[in-house]
Design a protein around this ligand. Structure first.
Ligand code: GL7
Length: 825
């Protein structure tokens, strides 16, 4: 027998040789022994799985080696707690990271297989809603690429974000059964399951003279870990993403089973397994449902246990925890981790309360991702106490101590005490999770300069005064691996020809392209890249949706979740205005720049107004696209089911990036960064990270319009009357009247009436107030686009000046300002 300390037992088996022949062998082996088929009778699924397993085999030795070394060196690690990871397809990313793309392509060709066909087989894991979930995926990519020890913790939803289809122009939702064929990227470890308890009551007891509390839960579920490789970009490093899946426990079944009720027992099992069944499709609007809190507690409790059991030696000195671990809370979703951590330290590890709290305040940091007050989660005390009674006690105690400190600092200002209390009283007694996170966190960060400033000054000003220095900014970023190198190979080739390969991990090097913007030859090549990307998109949309993208059109793109604050309606009004101008003869057809408007957007299934707007976009599209008077001039395309995979095709092809939220509402945006990095020009408000993009690319290369955040505030204060804007602007009047008259609903005046009257009489997001500025800015876009060469120059400067928006830079900022971790070995 090999002794466990024998070198052969310690070291992972070496990866297969990185040659075409080696790859072919490994691939065929995976087909034969992994799928039980030969090449001649393998299905596309078989081949995709065998290929994925082959890539895994190459990464495996590094992964095992990294895990071993991390255990050995005991460096400080980051536990990123996120309810969402919007990963996108894994195959290409993992091929790129392992440096195997070319070898794989050749090896498959030798087997008569087109790699591209196998790429299409992968169902993307859509375990997130939008920007917040995609950001988490970018961050773990950057940490692996920078060699920083990190585990991403989350939930392995059986169903990710719903699949969107349109039925008569209206959104319909289908379940996203992404696991129906299995996932070749995951490693299940049922033997490593954690038991996660819920419900019951608490009691106090005498622990050898020390009064203590303990929790006597009523039921529990098993949390089964699934591990995913997170390979760094060609650096031999592989981190781990660990997602938890809920399984019913035996004890759970037995309790009911013993009473002889088989059906009830099965029902109970379903109940337990519901916890990781489905991603909540709400984006920026929490639902407050009990199952959601179950999900949150489920994954953070399992993750904390995992850190204690797997990362730390059994005899670890707990006061040293801050030297080993930092939990980053991705929004309020994982904030229940704070009382859970306290419960483990105080009730289980028998630590003194004050010592435990001191440790906790150094082991957590909180990222806020919103400015919408309604998006800050609150949990009714009744619900939280029923599901997690001990945690509620702990939250009360944290709050008591906190309010004592507030009184010490601010005096008995009862109003302020009420405002700052972690427990809110209206409309029902509730726990304010953002406040809990702020009190517990070593640092609280916003996600763009403007957002962080508004967070300090408007959302949590009392906390900022109470905790000077706690509030900081870390501007978001996106991974250049997926969003430039992989999604835009032509542009990447052009950049690499000019600068060499280093830019992929050092994106500020794109600056060197500034000089190339002045080179006519380079501009021609850059324009050719854009044209080629448009043809690629055109092929994808033809195949996927039967759409035709006309040559020579400006591609004007607005892709993001459907939300009123993002103002897709402003875009619709621009389209209707342009259309109305042409058909009424007021605008000469020849004066209009041919444009294709592309939308991509999912609406939360319960968000009625958002769904109406989707319906309207489709309705406008079907009228515009079928009207011979605008043929060849205007086109509206709304491919359904916008996701990461489609984003990777749309963004590189775009000319114009629409970032038109009402100032002060979009925390950051990250699509804005992806577009600019791919050479689209932005038309945008001074909101979120748009502000920083504009500062970097310069006013000449950005179409700014609309009210600033202070102007928005002052218009609200004055009393906003949307109808006065309607009355004052004839173009706006004609456009809204056209919609109201049923021009896009076959004469039916009721269909879109709720949209029109909402804009006229409420208009929370001030679409009408910004309409005329937007139309003016779009005229400037038209004029600028007429000079193609100047436009291309601006596009190059956008690419050159946006290296700052790499998520590698974001991660460096987190490391320096919050985590104080370092790349290890
Ligand atoms: C978001 C913000 O709305 C978005 O502006 C930001 O870019 C993103 C990542 O920080 O986080 N917050 C949020 O709740 N969702 C977001 O996308 C869903």
């Amino acid at each position: 027998h090999l002794h466990p300390t024998h070198p052969l037992a310690l070291a992972p088996v070496a990866a297969p040789p990185s040659t075409v022949d080696g790859f072919v062998r490994e691939f065929l082996l995976n087909l034969n022994s992994g799928r039980g088929v030969t090449l001649s009778n393998a299905s596309a699924t078989d081949k995709y799985f065998a290929l994925a397993h082959t890539v895994r085999d190459y990464l495996m030795a590094r992964w095992l080696e990294d895990l071993r070394r991390q255990r050995e060196v005991q460096d400080k690690g980051v536990a990123y707690l996120s309810a969402e990871y919007l990963l996108g397809r894994q195959l290409d990313n993992n091929l790129l990271a392992s440096g195997l793309s070319e070898i794989a392509e050749e090896a498959l060709a030798a087997c008569g297989i087109d790699l591209d066909v196998l790429r299409q087989q992968e169902v993307e894991p859509g375990l997130g809603n939008g920007g917040l979930g995609r950001l988490a995926a970018c961050f773990i990519d950057s940490l692996a690429t920078m060699g920083v020890p990190n585990v991403g913790y989350g939930i392995r939803y059986e169903y990710g974000i719903f699949r969107q289809t349109f039925v008569d122009g209206q959104q319909a939702e289908q379940p996203d059964a992404w696991l129906s064929l299995g996932s070749p990227w995951e490693f299940a470890h049922p033997e490593g399951a954690q038991t996660i308890a819920f419900g019951g009551h608490t009691e106090t007891y005498d622990d050898e003279g020390v009064p203590r509390s303990r929790w006597i839960p009523a039921w529990n579920v098993q949390a089964v870990p699934y591990n995913y490789m997170v390979p760094g970009y060609q650096n031999g490093r592989v981190n781990t993403l660990r997602l938890w899946s809920a399984v019913a426990t035996n004890s759970f079944d037995l309790r009911v089973f013993n009473s002889g009720d088989y059906e009830e027992a099965v029902r109970a099992q379903t109940y337990a397994e519901n916890i990781s069944k489905v991603l909540y499709p709400e984006d920026s609007t929490p639902q407050g449902k009990e199952l959601r809190l179950q999900q949150q507690y489920f994954f953070v409790a399992a993750s904390i246990r995992d850190v204690f059991d797997v990362m730390l030696p059994a005899d670890f000195e707990l006061t040293n925890l801050p030297e080993r671990i930092i939990f980053q809370l991705n929004d309020t979703h994982p904030v229940i981790a704070v009382p859970e951590f306290m419960r483990v330290l105080v009730d289980e590890k028998k630590m003194d309360w004050d010592a435990a709290w001191a440790v906790t305040q150094q082991c957590f940091a909180y990222t806020c991702h919103t400015l919408l007050p309604e998006a800050l989660e609150v949990w009714p005390v009744e619900l939280l106490g029923r599901l997690l009674p001990r945690h509620l006690e702990i939250i009360y105690r944290i709050n008591e101590d906190f309010l004592v400190a507030v009184r010490e600092k601010f005096g008995d200002d009862e109003m302020r005490i009420r405002d700052m209390s972690i427990i809110g009283e209206h409309p029902v007694r509730s726990v304010r999770m953002a406040y809990l996170a702020t009190v517990a966190g070593a640092k609280v960060n916003g996600v763009a300069e403007l957002h962080s400033q508004l967070l300090r000054d408007k959302v949590l000003p009392d906390f900022n005064e109470f905790y000077p220095g706690k509030f900081i900014n870390v501007t978001n970023g996106v991974t250049p691996r997926r969003f430039v190198r992989l999604s835009n190979p032509s542009l990447s080739g052009l950049i690499t020809d000019a600068l060499g390969t280093g830019w992929v991990t050092d994106l500020e090097r794109l600056r060197e392209l500034e000089a190339y913007a002045e080179d006519p030859e380079f501009r021609t090549q850059f324009a050719e890249v854009k044209a080629a990307n448009k043809r690629l998109l055109s092929d994808v949309l033809r195949e996927r949706d039967g759409f035709e993208v006309s040559d020579g059109h400006m591609l004007d793109v607005m892709v993001k979740r459907l939300h009123e604050y993002k103002r897709q309606m402003l875009k619709v009004l621009h389209i209707v205005t342009t259309y109305e101008g042409i058909i009424s003869g007021r605008v000469a057809v020849g004066d209009v720049q041919p444009r294709t408007f592309i939308f991509g957007a999912k609406a939360a299934p319960g968000y009625v107004m958002a769904k109406r707007i989707i319906h309207l976009i489709n309705a406008v599209g079907s009228v515009v696209n079928n009207d011979p008077r605008v043929e060849g001039k205007l086109k509206v395309l709304f491919p359904p089911n916008y996701n990461v995979t489609l984003a990777e095709r749309v963004i590189p092809a775009a000319d114009l990036s629409e970032q038109i939220s009402l100032a002060g509402k979009e925390a950051s945006g990250t699509g804005n960064m992806k577009f600019a990095l791919n050479g689209a020009l932005t038309i945008g408000t001074d909101d979120g990270a748009n502000v920083e993009i504009r500062e970097l690319v310069g006013d000449d290369n950005f179409f700014l319009f609309g009210m600033s955040e202070p102007e928005v505030e002052s218009l609200w204060a004055k009393g906003y009357k949307p109808s006065s804007f309607y009355n004052a602007d004839s173009g706006l009047r004609r456009s809204l009247d056209l919609i109201a008259a049923g021009a896009f609903s076959g004469g039916d005046r009721s269909m879109f009436e709720p949209i029109v009257s909402n804009l006229l009489y409420d208009d929370r997001f001030m679409v009408l107030a910004d309409y005329s500025a937007y139309i003016g800015a779009q005229a400037k876009v038209d004029a600028a686009y007429a000079d193609q060469d100047a436009w291309t120059r601006s596009a190059i400067l956008n690419v050159a000046r946006c290296g700052y928006f790499s998520s590698d830079r974001s991660m460096r900022d987190y490391i320096e300002r919050i985590w104080h971790t370092a790349p290890s070995f």
